[in-house]
Ligand binder design. Structure first.
Ligand code: SAM
Length: 245
C-alpha cells in the first residue's frame, strides 16, 4: 500500500510519484485519453497556441516533467519545425517512451531528453526562451524551488507557462467533476494498469494543489511579472503565464 495520506517528506513524496509513473509509462498516453475524455489534447493545444512559439532558428524551450513528449512535439509543430525543445523528466521510463515517439515522428533532431529533477535543473542561467510544464508541477515536492529554477534558466524576456488541474468554478460542474475523479479515475486506472491506488494518489494531489489565484501568487513570488491565467473547461485545468523581464 502507498499510504499516501501519511506522506509528509519531500523524498517520500517523490518516491511515490516515481513509482506511479514507472508503472504507467507504457500506457500513460492511453490513460490520459480515457481519464480526461480526450480533453487533455485540447488543453495542450490551447497552451501551445498561447505560447505561440517563434519560428526563428535557435529558439529554445524547456518542457519540464515532459514525460512522453506531448508538449514538446506540439511546440516543434507550431514553430514550423524550427524550435528546439529539451524534454526534462525525473523518470527514465517516461522519457524512454518519449524518445521512441520522437524517432517515429522524425523529430529526433528537434527534441532531446534529459533525466533530471525540476528542483535542480542541469542548465546554466538565462538559457531558454520558454519554459513549459504540463500536469507536472503538482507532482514536484517543493514547488517554490521548481519555480525559482524556472526563473533562473529563462533568458530575460523569457516566458513561463504552466498547465495544471485547477479549481472548477462552474455551478454543477464541480460535483460532476468530483464524482468523476474520485470514482471513475481510480477505476479506469485499475482496469488498464491493474492498480487503482496510484490514481487515488494523483486525484488527491489535484485536490491539494493551490487554486488559480493562489498559484498565481506563487509564480509572482518566484520573480515572474505580468502573471495571468486562462481557465480551460470551466477551470478543470488552468494555464498560468508569466514573464522574466
Ligand atoms: N507533461 C506530460 C503530459 O502532460 O502528458 C506528463 C505529465 S505526467 C502527469 C507528470 C510527469 O512529471 C511524470 O512524467 C513524472 O515522472 C514527472 N515528474 C514528477 N516529479 C518530477 C520532478 N521532481 N522533476 C521532473 N519531473 C517530475
Amino acid at each position: 500500500a502507498y499510504g499516501f495520506r501519511e506522506v509528509e517528506s519531500a523524498a517520500t513524496k517523490q518516491g511515490l510519484v516515481d513509482g506511479v509513473f514507472h508503472k504507467v509509462a507504457s500506457r500513460y498516453d492511453l490513460m490520459n485519453d480515457l481519464m480526461s475524455g480526450g480533453l487533455h489534447r485540447a488543453w495542450k493545444n490551447a497552451m501551445v497556441a498561447w505560447l505561440n512559439p517563434s519560428p526563428k532558428p535557435g529558439w529554445r524551450s524547456l518542457d519540464v516533467a515532459g514525460g512522453t513528449g506531448d508538449i514538446a512535439f506540439r511546440i516543434v509543430d507550431a514553430s514550423r519545425g524550427e524550435a528546439h525543445v529539451t524534454v526534462l523528466d525525473i523518470n527514465g521510463s517516461m522519457l524512454g517512451v518519449g524518445r521512441e515517439r520522437a524517432e517515429k515522428r522524425g523529430l529526433s533532431a528537434n527534441v532531446d531528453f534529459v533525466e533530471a529533477n525540476a528542483e535542480e535543473l542541469p542548465f546554466p542561467d538565462n538559457h531558454f526562451d520558454a519554459y513549459t510544464v504540463a500536469f507536472g508541477i503538482r507532482n514536484v515536492p517543493r514547488i517554490d524551488v521548481a519555480l525559482s529554477e524556472a526563473y533562473r534558466v529563462l533568458k530575460p524576456g523569457g516566458r513561463f507557462l504552466c498547465l495544471e488541474f485547477s479549481e472548477v468554478d462552474v455551478a454543477g460542474l464541480d460535483k460532476i467533476y468530483e464524482a468523476w475523479s474520485f470514482n471513475a479515475i481510480p477505476r479506469i486506472g485499475q482496469m488498464v494498469t491493474g492498480d487503482g491506488e496510484p490514481y487515488s494518489y494523483l486525484v488527491e494531489s489535484i485536490r491539494k494543489f493551490p487554486n488559480q489565484p493562489r498559484f498565481a501568487e506563487m509564480v509572482k513570488r518566484a520573480g515572474f511579472e505580468r502573471v495571468s491565467w486562462r481557465d480551460y473547461s470551466g477551470g478543470i485545468a488552468a494555464c498560468h503565464s508569466g514573464w522574466k523581464l
